[in-house]
Design a protein around this ligand. Structure first.
Ligand code: 13P
Ligand code: SF4
Length: 301
């Protein structure tokens, strides 16, 4: 931790000087999550909290779509992302043209898009969702059939919990698609009695064999509420590191997969972004209103 002290002190000072806040996703490394972040959470919490920010500057310690969402909800504020290359395999899996083709193939069927998409894709959809509210959003539409894009596994996992027919796309999270049902069985054998929690971006056979599935905030709450003796979080690696800090009595088994996009964000580039007010995220005005509408509609559900 000592090696982080210089950057942490500089970032805390720069936040005061710039009147800035740092919003950090649960997959950020502990020195960011516990060291400099003002607000932490899952994608839904970060979107909600972005609507309440009073500062002039938001630094989004997370991936690009999260920064875009924060900008959509705060058009007057400066939103920085420490590394513009922090993308997402789900966001890269679909374009607005794909949405238009899906609408043509399924006339009149509403489009729910995961927040893990570009602002242009959000603008082409009816409403957004996150892993934390997907079922609620789908059911809020009051229709028998919904296009749920682009995460195939999230759609198939939610389909098991609702009577609404969900038509999926073929996007996958490159981190969560690596977990297998075989991994779950091996862990149960190696650690009898272990509690296994899977993110809903995992393949459906993984989620089916897990004890609980939920967004990153849902996973963290589940650990806090049930206090398992031993737990495994089938998700990105920093998640266990961050949750474990608050639960010293819980034994975390840590098979995990790193998200290379999330890991582009470091204390060093957060500091540089604030020093130089660099890497400002903007949204094309031609699509901003439509994208904002889809996000705000989600926040009302
Ligand atoms: P949540 O934090 O909304 O569960 O999302 C996980 C994720 O992969 C974000 O990129
Ligand atoms: Fe995208 Fe998966 Fe990384 Fe989340 S963990 S940012 S969904 S690639």
């Amino acid at each position: 931790w000592l090696s982080f002290e210089d950057d942490i002190e500089a970032i805390l000072r720069l936040k005061r000087e710039r009147n800035a806040v740092i919003l950090a996703h649960n997959y950020q490394t502990p020195e960011i999550f516990h060291g400099v972040a003002d607000i932490v959470g899952d994608s839904l919490a970060l979107a909600r909290e972005a609507t309440k920010v009073d500062a002039d500057v938001i630094v989004l310690a997370g991936v690009h779509f999260m920064a875009e969402t924060a900008k959509l909800l705060n058009p007057q504020k400066t939103v920085l992302i420490p590394d513009m290359g922090a993308g997402c395999s789900l966001a890269d899996s679909i374009t607005p043209e794909d949405i238009a083709l899906m609408r043509q193939a399924h006339p009149g069927v509403p489009v729910v898009t995961y927040v893990n998409t570009s602002a242009a894709v959000k603008a082409a959809s009816d409403i957004c969702c996150t892993s934390g509210n997907a079922k609620k959003v789908v059911e809020s539409l009051g229709v028998p059939k919904v296009l749920m894009l682009p995460d195939e596994y999230l759609a198939r996992n939610i389909a098991r919990e609702t009577d609404v027919e969900l038509i999926a796309w073929h996007g996958h999270c490159e981190v969560h698609e690596l977990f297998t049902a075989e991994d779950v069985r091996e862990m149960r054998e190696a650690f009898p009695g272990v509690t296994i929690i899977a993110h809903p971006e995992c393949p459906p056979d993984v989620v089916a064999e897990a004890d609980f599935s939920g967004s990153t905030a849902g996973m963290s709450d589940y650990v806090g509420n049930t206090k398992p003796g031993r737990v495994v979080l089938l998700t990105e690696c920093s998640m266990s590191d961050n949750v474990a800090v608050n639960h010293p009595d819980v034994n975390f088994v840590r098979p995990c997969n790193l998200c290379p996009h999330m890991k582009r964000i470091t204390l060093g580039n957060i500091r540089e972004a604030l020093e130089g007010m660099r890497h400002e995220v903007t949204v094309d005005p031609a699509i901003a209103d439509d994208a904002r509408r889809a996000v705000e509609r989600m926040l009302l559900v």
